[in-house]
Design a protein around this ligand. Structure first.
Ligand SMILES: C[S@@+](CC[C@H](N)C(=O)[O-])C[C@H]1O[C@@H](n2cnc3c(N)ncnc32)[C@H](O)[C@@H]1O
Length: 352
């Protein structure tokens, strides 16, 4: 089956099944530069309705699938590259086992306490966190930027800290997007105000992960791209982003989101201002210089989709869509890309 893809600045997103695309497209082509970081936020097998995915697998089948994904990601990750695997806390042991069995070295089991109210439970404590297992290929990460944050003072603490504090393995300063109105402006909504994707991750979460574990120019991968949060952040930080999304609606949302440039999608670095080498690792300057980054993905046909955003609303910028100058840069780059032998394969020449 031909693969549909879309590129925008330094980001590529494929529509299709991630296992198949990793085997047929990414593994053969990621030879010289491999993945520096993968954010793995799969469906949690919770009986939810997805457009193209069965979220009602039996447990064994589900964890076999997760092992297969972790193993495929491992093959195309550089030595010292990282994976962040997000899951429900009740699945902590399965996640750790899955990572270890597929070759990864677990570095931390991060607690993401989501700054939202716990769901009350009758016979046990209310649940208020999710886990994110951070693991590396090999014993040590190639990149680990020790971020410092301007963390609020604890009750009883009086002296402001002059240099902030280092981020630890408890992340209680990033708000999850809850359902309904309280999800705020960042949540993508349709024109009736309903959430487009209930599992949309916060920009602040991906900002922390990408800043901690990559440098500008590195490749960041999201095999379950959803609404494209990882790609939106990678794009702003001068990293190369590769995403795969199975659902057509979600894939279209990603393409729209990337060109929309929503104010609520903008990364904010102020909270990290005490980090010594912030300018160097943030990559904001490089993000503008798209031409130095795009050629690392020469194997992908450049598709400049004609995207209609008129049915899409978000925080007071209803229907706003703009073609950036980047589109023409990429278009002119297409000729060069077509000379690449990888592109002679008709699979890459699909247009939307
Ligand atoms: C939990 S959501 C990810 C949300 C994402 N982190 C975000 O910020 O929007 C999981 C996504 O994986 C997609 N998916 C499920 N099976 C897939 C597969 N085999 N290949 C690619 N994507 C898949 C689903 O359609 C869904 O959008």
């Amino acid at each position: 089956m031909p693969t549909t893809g879309y590129t925008f600045r330094n980001v590529v997103v494929f529509r299709g099944d991630n296992s198949e695309i990793m085997d047929t497209k990414l593994a053969p082509l990621l030879k010289e530069q491999k993945l520096a970081l993968t954010f793995l936020d799969p469906p949690f097998n919770q009986n939810k309705d997805y457009e193209s995915h069965n979220d009602r697998m039996n447990e064994e089948e589900y964890w076999d699938w997760m092992k297969q994904i972790c193993s495929k990601v491992y093959q195309i990750t550089e030595e010292g590259g990282s994976i962040y695997f997000m899951q429900r806390e009740k699945n902590s042991s399965e996640v750790l086992e899955c990572l270890r069995q597929t070759g990864w070295t677990v570095q931390n089991l991060i607690i993401w306490k989501k700054k939202t109210s716990a769901v009350p439970q009758r016979y046990r404590y209310g649940k208020q966190y999710q886990i994110i297992a951070f693991a590396t290929k090999g014993l040590r990460p190639r990149v680990f930027n020790r971020l410092r944050i301007d963390y609020p003072l604890m009750p009883g603490q009086k002296q402001p800290r002059e240099n902030g504090i280092f981020v630890t393995d408890v992340w209680d300063d990033i708000r999850e997007m809850t359902s309904g109105f309280f999800a705020g402006d960042e949540a993508l909504r349709d024109d009736k105000g309903a959430r487009i994707h209930k599992q949309q991750s916060p920009i602040a979460l991906l900002l922390r992960i990408i800043l901690s574990s990559t440098l500008p120019g590195d490749i960041v991968f999201d095999p379950f791209a959803g609404t494209g949060t990882t790609l939106v952040v990678a794009n702003q930080l001068g990293r190369t982003g590769i995403g795969i999304e199975l659902g057509k609606t979600n894939f279209d949302v990603i393409t729209k989101r990337l060109i929309s440039d929503r104010p609520s999608d903008k990364v904010s670095l102020d909270y990290y201002r005490f980090t010594g080498n912030l300018d160097e690792i943030a990559g904001l300057k490089q993000a503008k210089d798209v031409q130095t980054i795009t050629p690392t993905l020469e194997f992908v046909e450049v598709l400049i989709a004609e995207i209609d955003c008129s049915d899409w609303s978000f925080s007071g910028r209803k229907g706003e869509s703009r073609r950036t100058p980047t589109a023409s840069i990429l278009k002119s780059g297409t000729k060069k890309l077509r000379n690449n032998p990888a592109l002679r394969n008709p699979d890459y020449l699909v247009r939307r």
